[in-house]
Design a protein around this ligand. Structure first.
Ligand code: AGP
Length: 610
């Protein structure tokens, strides 16, 4: 969603802001803007559409300056217009960029109107600009103090960066609920909502915490709390690789990330193979916590939720531990019954999904004693709020459609399953060896699945013209059907639904005719014969079937039953391998429909609002 970048230096910062905003494009946005201190004024350039359009507009006026802030906006309050794009200014004196939502903006707006402020946008952010201006100009406070006082009066979630015309040597930032970090350079400093925005300038970063106020100058950074007391935060060295932020030889990040899966999986598996299924994988104190739990409650959204649904089959079957999985946005608003010894497991690629974060806080408030997070972004908000964490090693995931994050999340969940099984005496030494071996083989099996791409491209040609599709699976492959349908609808805009194949005749079968392609995930497992019967039900109604099977599934092809076989059966880890063909099917169908694969309409990579 929205992204923030800012810089204060002894050089022109406009290229830094533009590059930073381009690196934030992946998060999803609909307008972009910068505000730069030019020496005599704060000059703003904003455009609806791509950062490149804003960049051209800035170049036309030869915008330069040594202090500036920039923003990519994903509209929430107010439509997609230049007026609503950030930065927002007050009286040409104060400029603000903001991520998050100010919940009391109506009330503040009324108050500021009474004070004579005139609003030019429908955003909640403009309230911040005027409020800071009010304390700065009328209250006689300096910029940092004005931001501190103003932020105490804002409710909701925010990360803000503010500059002032009269103070060309400082940038003030505040953080509550939304990520913001400071990047430390030599004689220059930076701020960003995401480390990727500033990675070409510095890798030394400080992650701001709740309530932190940062005073960022060229020569240094001072951190204080909301009362003005100095605070210290650790300096981190970011290991995000520049290569992971660039396309290289690929046409799309989604394509790149699909093909990176053997490596992403091998990297994630490496930490498991190194020590075996030991609690230490999940951090200090894991042994004590994991041996006391009596159940698992998984909370997540979207693709991460489907990873959780897959894990439920493993956790109950292999570890014999009760497991529930719930969409975070539902859980956080229902009167759930707390089971204090049930481990809360949150799954989030970004680690900043608001619904997942709020569900975690809610679970804790209900009395759940322990939380474990599975996350791909180091030091992000959700792992920081958890007792235990395992990081997936997928590398930066830029495409809005999650691919390598999903399959690596499955590895983390499988490792959790086996660790719990071992602690509970349910994993024999022979089984442990078998599972470790299966993990070792997995990147190779995934590569074999990727090699099916030419055949899947042919299927995609038939899919591209359809308006609807059904996905079917059973057991542990049902969540893969759900994930396949989500991928397809997300990037092709084809309406797709997934069902457990056994549910077909309880309703969805009525939809099946020759215009409804039906994708079936049907590897050789205990439910294969049942799936085959379900397929007959579709065939009898004229439906065209696209079956992903494995070598042992023994499907016979016919005119309306197309089969692609993954080269080997990988047993318990089969859902990981079967995620690959459904990703490729969605990707190639989207290419043929000409959609914006990496930035599908209406969607954002990190969903930091409700
Ligand atoms: C996946 O393709 C989606 N874009 C989306 O469902 C995503 O998985 C969801 O928003 C959760 O994100 P998270 O893993 O970063 O929390």
């Amino acid at each position: 969603m929205c992204g923030i970048v800012g810089a204060i230096a002894q050089r022109n910062v406009v290229p830094v802001l533009v590059e930073g905003l381009k690196r934030l494009e992946y998060r999803g946005y609909d307008s972009a803007g910068v505000a730069v201190h030019t020496g005599s004024a704060i000059t703003r350039v904003r455009r609806v559409g791509r950062v490149a359009e804003m960049e051209n507009a800035a170049a036309e006026i030869n915008l330069t300056g040594q202090l500036g802030i920039g923003h990519t906006r994903w509209a929430t309050h107010g439509g997609v217009t230049e007026y609503n794009a950030h930065p927002h200014v007050s009286h040409g004196q104060i400029a603000v960029v903001h991520n998050g939502i100010i919940e009391n903006h109506d009330e503040q707006r009324e108050r500021l109107k009474q004070l004579g402020y005139v609003f030019e946008s429908q955003t909640d952010t403009e309230v911040i600009a005027h409020l800071v201006h009010h304390y700065y100009k009328n209250g006689g406070l300096d910029l940092v103090e004005a931001v501190r006082v103003a932020s105490r009066e804002l409710s909701g979630a925010y990360a803000i960066a503010v500059i002032a015309l009269d103070q060309p040597d400082v940038m003030a930032c505040a953080r509550k609920g939304c990520p913001l970090l400071v990047g430390l350079g030599e004689g220059e400093n930076f701020i960003a909502s995401d480390v990727s925005a500033i990675i070409s300038s510095t890798r030394k970063v400080i992650f701001l915490e709740e309530g932190d106020i940062a005073e960022v100058r060229r020569e240094g950074v001072k951190l204080t709390d909301q009362q003005g007391q100095p605070i210290e935060r650790k300096i981190h060295f970011s290991d995000v690789s520049l290569a992971s932020l660039e396309l290289g030889p690929y046409s799309h990040f989604m394509q790149k990330e699909i093909h990176e899966q053997p490596k992403a999986l091998a990297d994630t598996i490496e930490q498991v193979l190194h020590d075996g299924f030991l609690p230490a994988l999940f951090g200090a104190g894991a042994s004590e916590i994991l041996s006391q739990i009596d159940g698992v409650q998984i909370l997540a959204c979207g693709t991460s939720y489907y990873a959780g649904l897959t894990a439920r089959y493993w956790l109950e079957a292999i570890a014999g531990i009760p497991c529930s999985v719930e969409v975070a946005s539902e859980y956080r608003y229902r009167d759930a019954v707390a089971r204090p010894n049930t481990l809360i497991v949150t799954i989030s690629q970004s680690g900043e999904t608001l619904d997942t974060m709020e569900a975690l806080k809610y679970a804790k408030s209900l009395g759940h004693k322990w939380a474990l997070s599975i996350c791909n972004v180091k030091e992000s908000a959700i792992p920081r709020a958890s007792d235990l964490v395992i990081y997936t090693r997928a590398g930066a995931e830029i495409g809005v459609a999650s691919t390598k994050a999903f399959t690596t999340q499955l590895i983390a969940l499988f490792a959790l399953t086996c660790t719990l099984a071992k602690l509970r005496g349910k994993l024999t030494a022979a089984r442990e060896t078998e599972y470790l071996d299966a993990l070792r083989q997995l990147p190779g099996s995934v590569q074999h699945a990727l090699n099916l791409e030419p055949q899947i491209r042919v299927w995609a040609e038939r899919f591209a013209g359809k308006d609807h599709a059904l996905f079917l699976g059973r057991g542990v492959h049902y969540p893969i059907a759900l994930e396949g349908a989500l991928k397809l609808k997300e990037i092709t805009y084809i309406h797709a639904e997934a069902y457990p194949a056994g549910e077909l005749k309880h309703g969805p079968l009525a939809l099946v005719d020759e215009n409804m392609p039906v994708v079936v995930i049907a590897p050789n497992d205990a439910l294969l014969e049942k799936v085959k019967s379900n397929i007959q039900e579709v065939r009898a109604r004229g439906g065209e079937m696209f079956v992903f099977a494995d070598l042992d599934s023994h499907f016979s092809e016919s005119e309306a039953v197309h089969v692609i076989r993954t080269p080997r059966h990988v047993g318990v880890l089969s859902p990981v391998v079967h995620a690959i063909p459904v990703q490729l099917l969605a990707y190639h169908s989207a290419l043929m429909r000409g959609t914006d694969v990496d930035k599908p309409r209406n969607l954002a990579k990190s969903v930091t609002v409700e």
